[in-house]
Structures are given as structure tokens and as C-alpha cells.
Design a binder for this molecule. Structure first.
Ligand code: G3H
Ligand code: 13P
Ligand code: NA
Ligand code: ZN
Length: 328
């Protein structure tokens, strides 16, 4: 059954767990996630980025969600827009059946340039007004995702400005967070504390200097009733890196966000944990291995099945680690 982000995270807060938000852009990812949710009896957030919506097409994506929720009627599913960049993107997501939208006003509408506080509040408030009128939840973001090791934002495409971000941009300010939530009325708040999207988050196992979990704890002290969201929260498992590299891949040495750090966040109000990269790595590891092990095979189902199975294992591990299991 479909559920809003607010309904889901209110329950998670009451019971002290978090819900993983897994990105999808195709059927195999959707089937893999739902198989894991069913096996763990866990509610789940499926999220689609603008890129995912363009890849699959809104019509196909909307019917895919219909199909998945009908296939698993007992699993609460929140369908969420990941990193909406303006009012129109959020509006069309709602028209396509999304029960939750993210308005990421930490960046300008180009999805790259850091925005100022006034712009962020104005655009987020506008989305909250529209979405709440439709019974849809809203996630906002304050602070810019990026590396405390390099000072670079993760939206850098190599063609734009290469200006370093300040620590004030890379770490959400707790006092400003309290103001932002009061001024916008968001249902959940994404914060910046040193994570970035993709596989290359940290050059070493992160400690408090480069993964600032204390910022989450301070924000939770000020905003005990606000549902917090961690982006860029893939753990980038070493075993998946190794399978990829053993079968012709080239993942450079890297570290992600350790699961125990996420668990620490969950003790401090984190209720939604965004994961895309780990599932991409799982599918790619299984596909690379299947193709290398049987080079004569050319039926896509023969490598997509193990890819789904490996992704399901990653999702099950996250449901168990975040305490989501058993709460469907
Ligand atoms: O925000 C990042 C998510 O991993 C989605 O990535 O924009 O390549 O679909 P994407
Ligand atoms: P990862 O790249 O760490 O999986 O982060 C995904 C994310 O934050 C999507 O919004
Ligand atoms: Na999101
Ligand atoms: Zn994100």
C-alpha cells in the first residue's frame, strides 16, 4: 500500500528505527528492493531522481510503482522524488503518483550551484504549500553535500566553477536548521555533514574530522521532533568492489559511510537513509561476474537474475541494520 513520507517517518520515530530510501530507475531494481522488503517485512521508500524519471519515462515509472505495490499489498511503500530542483519537477512527480517530494533548495535550479538561505526557504515553502494541499510530504535540504577532505561539492561536473565550498556550506548549521524547519514546514530535513554522492566519498575510513556525525547530534538536540535525512549514505562495501575488480572492473580504492555511523545517526533522529551506489555496485558486480563466467550466454535474464539477487541481499542487510525489519 502507498504511504506518505510523513506517515512512515512518524512511525519510525516512535519506534526508533530508520527507513532506507533506495533509488530506482528500472524494473529489476524495483523487483529486487520489494523482494527484500517482503523478506524482512519492512516498509520502504522507493525514490526516483530527475535522471531516473528521464531514463524510464514518467508513464512507465508510474505503472511500475503501481505494479510493485499491487504485487506486495502488505508492504507500505513511499514513492519519493529525489533531489527535485524546482516547483514544476515536484508538481509533475505528484501528478504521477509520488507520495513525497524532495525540494533540494540547497542548490539553484541548475542542480549544481550552491544557493543562499533566502532562495532555499522561498522555494521550499512554495513546494510545501503545493504538496501539502495534495496530501504529499516534503523533504528539504539545508547545507551542500560535499567532501570535507577536498572542500569540493559533489555536483561539480568539471566544467563549471571549481571554487571550494566553505565549512559553513558543507556542514549544516544547527541554529539555521531550526529556523529553516520553522520557516518552511518541511516534513523531513536533509543535512550536510561530509558525505557526498557516488562511490568516492572518503580516501580513508572516515573519522569525525571528515564525517561529522556530531553535527547530526547537535541538530537533533535542537530539533528533537524533526525527521532527519542522510544523503550519500552508501557504505561502498569492499567485497563488492573486489568482485567488480576481479571481473574486469576498475573501482579505485575508496571508503563509504560505515553502517555503524548510520546507526549512530539513527540514535539521533535520522529516519531516512539514502542509498543508491551500494545497489549499483551490487548489480554491476553480479553482472560482471555472470558475463565473465559464461561468455557464451546472451540472454539478459541470465545475468539480471543474479544482479537482482545480489541487490536484494544489500537491501536486506540495510533493513536489518537500520531496524526497519519487522515494521511493515
Ligand atoms: O542523488 C543521487 C542519486 O544517486 C541519483 O543519481 O541523478 O544519477 O539518478 P542520478
Ligand atoms: P549514495 O550515492 O551514497 O548511494 O547516495 C544516494 C543519495 O543520496 C540519493 O539521494
Ligand atoms: Na531525497
Ligand atoms: Zn542525495
Amino acid at each position: 500500500a502507498r504511504i506518505t513520507l510523513r506517515q512512515l517517518l512518524d512511525h519510525a520515530a516512535e519506534q526508533g528505527y530508520a527507513v532506507p530510501a533506495f533509488n530506482i530507475s528500472n524494473m529489476e531494481q524495483g523487483l529486487a528492493i520489494m523482494a527484500a522488503a517482503q523478506a524482512c517485512n519492512a516498509p520502504v521508500i522507493l525514490q526516483a531522481s530527475r535522471g531516473a524519471r528521464a531514463y524510464a519515462g514518467d508513464r512507465v515509472l508510474a505503472r511500475l510503482i503501481d505494479g510493485l505495490t499491487e504485487m506486495y499489498p502488505d508492504i507500505p511503500v513511499c514513492m519519493h522524488l529525489d533531489h527535485g530542483n524546482d516547483l514544476a519537477t515536484c508538481a509533475t512527480a505528484i501528478q504521477n503518483g509520488f507520495t513525497s517530494v524532495m525540494m533540494d533548495g540547497s542548490l539553484r535550479a541548475d542542480g549544481k550551484t550552491p544557493a543562499d538561505y533566502a532562495y532555499n526557504v522561498a522555494v521550499t515553502r512554495q513546494v510545501v504549500g503545493m504538496a501539502h494541499a495534495c496530501g504529499v510530504s516534503v523533504e528539504g535540504e539545508l547545507g551542500v553535500l560535499g567532501s570535507l577532505e577536498t572542500g569540493m561539492g559533489d555536483q561539480e561536473d568539471g566544467h563549471g566553477a571549481t571554487e571550494k565550498l566553505s565549512e559553513h556550506q558543507l556542514l549544516t548549521d544547527p541554529a539555521e536548521a531550526a529556523r529553516f524547519v520553522a520557516e518552511t514546514g518541511v516534513d523531513a530535513l536533509a543535512i550536510a555533514m561530509g558525505t557526498s554522492h557516488g562511490a568516492y566519498k572518503f580516501t580513508r575510513k572516515p573519522d569525525g574530522a571528515i564525517l561529522a556525525m556530531h553535527v547530526i547530534e547537535e541538530i537533533h538536540r535542537r530539533l528533537p521532533n524533526t525527521h532527519l535525512v542522510m544523503h550519500g549514505s552508501s557504505s561502498v562495501p569492499e567485497d563488492l568492489q573486489a568482485i567488480i575488480n576481479a571481473h574486469g572492473g576498475d573501482i579505485k580504492p575508496t571508503w563509504g559511510v560505515p553502517v555503524e555511523e548510520i546507526q549512530r545517526g539513527i540514535r539521533s533522529g535520522v529516519r531516512k537513509v539514502n542509498i543508491d551506489t551500494d545497489n549499483r555496485l551490487a548489480m554491476t558486480a553480479a553482472i560482471r561476474r555472470a558475463l565473465v563466467e559464461d561468455p557464451a550466454e546472451f540472454d539478459p535474464r541470465k545475468y539480471l537474475k543474479p544482479a537482482m539477487a545480489m541487490m536484494t541481499e544489500v537491501c536486506k542487510a540495510r533493513f536489518d541494520a537500520f531496524g526497519t525489519s519487522g515494521h511493515a
